[in-house]
Design a protein around this ligand. Sequence first.
Ligand SMILES: Cc1ncc(COP(=O)(O)O)c(C=O)c1O
Length: 336
Amino acid sequence: MPISNVPRIRLGYFPTPLDEAPRLAAETGLKRLLVKRDDQTGLGLGGNKVRKLEFLMAEAERQGCDVILTVGGPQSNHARLTAAAARLRGLDSVLYLGGPRFDRFDGNLLLDILFGAEIRFLPNATVAQMQKAMEDGAEALRAEGRKPFVVPFGGSTPHGALGYTAAVQELAEQLGDDKNPQIVVAVGSGGTLAGLMLGVKLFMPGARVIGITVASSNRGFPIDCSEVANGAAQLAGEKVTVEPDDFEIYKEYLGERYGVPTQAGNEAICLAARTEVMVLDPVYTGKAMAGLIDLAGKGVLDKDRTTVFFHTGGCPALFANEECFRKLAKYKEVIF
Ligand SMILES: Cc1ncc(COP(=O)(O)O)c(C=O)c1O
């Protein structure tokens, strides 16, 4: 397959499991619910970015780069996994983290520190300011004789998206004859969705892909997703074209804004934990699962068709949001 000709570095454990989720299926009214366990990709506590980084890091090394720069929020899974991938390959990493001020180095931030990343905190910076700070940082490194590789938000470039095109090939093999599933996935920067859409066109044309948005769009979804997907197709030497209309995206599960937990998302986290002992997170997969549950209830998802939930990871952020779940504790102090 041409995609196998694109340079890739093994960073994670693949194939990830495809688990039956019968108890969660019964709760949602779906006949068959499968979970693609991309939270179990292995590297640095896992998550979807490992697949993207296999192609991104290969490109960085092909260009002879020695330091990786990227951007995200303080609890960015993408930043954590970029730091992990860089460390594994013996490269340095610098993370440009914008967002609200924080007073605890927990969740993903704690892992960033352990993986030896340099952190540049840009309190409440806009997306444009963060990108500019990273570009300036790259320029300064070049002036010092370093070779920086800049990874934009979420690693959502054509190289990054290819990770999810390959994931569909993997999923198609696991599904055997059941090749017409409806696939549900969280959408942040959009590269995962873009790669999945290209993968479906190449390896599973009967499948339906449903994206649940967890960030407000600042990149003109779904137009950019099709551009990224078509860039990925070009890298792989594939003739297929992805159109903006190919994307089925639901925005109503985002809530107030990116990173702010919703009640439905938190309820979905509890349900997944208590039915399948599956750990979701309040920023991405909890909201995506809330979307799946609601769309199943409304009949937007076909109950008789196999549904695949892509579990994209994000679990470290759960620990940075413990206050959402404290009230559920069956907790009693025992005095001796
Ligand atoms: C846990 C998790 N799920 C889903 C996504 C969304 O992926 P994408 O940015 O490719 O849309 C991310 C992105 O950071 C993530 O960390």
